[in-house]
Write a protein that binds this ligand. Sequence first.
Ligand code: HEM
Length: 479
Amino acid sequence: MSTQASPTPTPTAPGGLPLIGHAHHLARTPLPFMTSLREHGSVVRINIGPTPAYVVTDPALTRRVLVTDAAHYTKGGKIIDALRVFFGDGLATVADGDTHLRNRRLMQPMFNKAHIATRGEAMAAQVREMVAAWPAGRPRDVYADMNDITLAAFLVALFGTDLPPHLRTEFTALMPAIMKGTIRQTVLPSWITRLPLPANRAHARRVARLRALIDQAIDHRSAPHPGVAAEAAAAGCPHAAAARAADEADGLFSTLLNAEDPLTRQQLQDEAITLLTGAIETTGTTLAWTLYEITRNPEVERRLRAELDAVCRDRPLRYDDLEQLTYARRVLQEAIRKYGPAWMVTRTATQDMVLGGHRIPAGADVVWSPYLHQHDPAHFPDADAFDPDRWTPQRAPATRGSFLAFGDGRRKCIGENFAWAELQIILATVLRTWPRFTLASRPPRPQAVVTVKPDNLTLTFHARSEAARPGGERQAAAG
Ligand code: HEM
């Protein structure tokens, strides 16, 4: 138990109703509701139906929960329980403890910078091909596009460049429905999700299909590379040829497949599902918002294009360029800050605790929200403005560590390095391929589902009338 002597009562958020508590606020106006809680204290009690939850509104206290006192606030809560039913014990859902520690250690090398760099050029090529294929002058659902591209880039990174096209097509068709079904499972009471309703059965079928696809990707990865045998035989040196071919075709997932202490097939599936669901929508949403902000901030666009021109000159983007794209990184960080993407993350108190002077009873859900912290005017003045320059080395210290988009502590996002690389590659490629893009729909409204996504976002990409563009990215046909 934390040391503070006499805790004060925790304030309860106003506007609760009998039976449902604050559930209607969370369902109808989740983001304004979350940010409004700051007015009532540093820890505020809300009721989700009959169940109380304690929302932490002070980023310093969230760090206590995630880092200093992490042993007493374990990963858990209704959302995690609901995810576990289908996704099993992947890294994001498995309880704190030895299994989490072991799998985290096993997976950490997959996502270190050096390892990601080995996949950089393959990802960039994949992204270039997809972005260049958009027809010019036709409005596009950019949120869907960005999710498709982040999925394709992630598949290339995870399973390698030679994944059979039919597998990629099926993954792409399946993932949006899986994400929708997952949201439904997490918001409905668990007894409803267990009934044999058509929607529940369809979700279970899709998850089973996803597991089968992952199995095929793993089997494909484990099978000897077809080119290897021939090359090895010709060279009379099977090991050297195998290593070379594997280097070219392998993906990050091979780290798990080749682990000394191997995971079972079920564990491999759980980890792959967890990575796919964790990687795609978070980055896809960030990119969709970034492109939207660019359409309404011409000066941001001008500076982005100037930076790209200075770094890449007249050749295509290379992975090694990313380090130098510092303004692009600030633009992406500002999109992540302004739009979440995570807005509600939970822990469970394992014993009675005192947090910020308030008592948290054992077993209670504790909620923290990157979105809430990233809109805190004490750390982010004019928090609704899109201002990438808040991340300059001069101004960033004023945010005093309250940027918690990737979490902190032992459960911090394992994919952060990967996310930055992928975000930069995709943003740079869109800008290099398309000289102009414009908003074709009404301005989108933020919608808090799994991430904070745009409710509706259509952009039109315009080609330059000149025939060819320097840089090697395919110049889109005039539209
Ligand atoms: C903008 C992009 C992303 C954001 C904002 C984000 C955010 C987060 C947050 C807030 C957590 C911590 C949750 C908690 O404390 O309970 C987390 C965990 C996690 N993320 Fe990410 N994420 C992003 C991209 C990715 C990517 C690209 C991957 C995969 C490569 C990924 C895989 C994971 C996994 C596996 C965990 C669980 C880690 C653990 O519990 O040990 N995420 N992410």
